[in-house]
Write a protein that binds this ligand. Sequence first.
Ligand code: DOR
Length: 443
Amino acid sequence: MPSISSLLIRRAHILLPSGEFLVGDVQTQGREIIQVAPNISSSEAPEKIIDAEGLTLLPGVIDPQVHFREPGLEHKEDLFTASRACVKGGVTSFLEMPNTKPLTTTQAALDDKLQRAGQKCLVNFGFFIGATAENLPDLLTANPTPGIKIFMGSMHGPLLVDTEEKLEPIFARGKRLIAVHAENQARIDERKKEFAGISEPAIHSQIQDNETALLATKMALKLSKKYERRLHILHTSTGDEAELLRQDKPSWVTAEVTPQHLLLNTSAYEKIGTLAQMNPPLKSAGDNDILWQALLDGVIDFIATDHAPHTLAEKGKGYPNTPSGMPGVETSLPLMLTQAIQGRCSVAQVSNWMSTAVAKGYGIPKKGAIAPGFDADLVLVDLNNYRPVLREELMTKCGWSPFEGWSLTGWPVVTIVGGEVTFNRGEFNSEVRGRALTFNGAS
Ligand code: DOR
């Protein structure tokens, strides 16, 4: 394994924790940032110098919701291919979901994922423990984990925990974070029957409609309030949920939104068909706008991709036999930075939503800021040039993106994981390995 003991990044536009920019230098030693200053003249020569003139240095992205498919579904993605896609996208840490094969519902399954990731993952990693109606003891003791994932809907098999009766004991016992996929399964089942026989993919958004999401988010909020239980609402997809949270969001609740729920809507089905199919489904342009405003106002706390790769063959089966989900880790940062450069928000806000606020929300120590003592997980981006998303350049094993053809700026030029240059102007250092993340706070 390569090991860089010191790195000097020169003349970068550095995003400081204050939200301001400093044109200057950053020095790392081992895995840590040791100095940030206008001009560092070290007595000892650093092992590597990166000339970052004209580039912007941000804390590495922490993607708090991904599906990386290993073990069991490696024909779609695996931890090595996914983590290469991560570094290309400036993602230096991820939190992964339990719907693999086997499901991550026991300590043994969690340990297996941690071991696999330690062997093949280029970035830092954490794995959720999945709730079933039966594994409460595992949910109380699993470690290390960012929290408990509950699929309230849109999942088959044991991971589905879809009624108040099954949900309540999970909220009632323990303190650790509960992250919910909020869709009401009973309503989905009912509406699937109503719309049976329709093979037009756009019907997906009508079946799993705004009310489907709102009902489940209301239920999760109710239980979270009853037990003052730390709750995180995954991929908020509707204006209705955003408005509900604006009225009623206890201090122990956080919420996230995906770039696709901000930037794509039901019109996408016309252009990309089932590639636009995901859960919770894309909604209307009006929902896009309300979600954006909620993000700007701090009602929604951070951004996740819900990277959920499926092969083109699987996506070509014809609705409703097509799986839901789309990849995202290698486009999320440039998508959001493009929005910033086009005036919708600031670069500092993007970095907060994609790194700082995530580290805070999950209690991940020493991540999410460029300051001495923080981990040297960094990304240098180019905010001066635009390049299109091209299928042939994608690293994800599934080999497609819903954003193909979009012209974006803010592409990562250099990605640094734990003080190691892992991606540099198109070249990967595939020897670098990330580390298991730790989580402070409620556990
Ligand atoms: O669209 C989705 N795909 N939503 C999920 O919640 C699961 C994911 C997957 O694993 O494919």
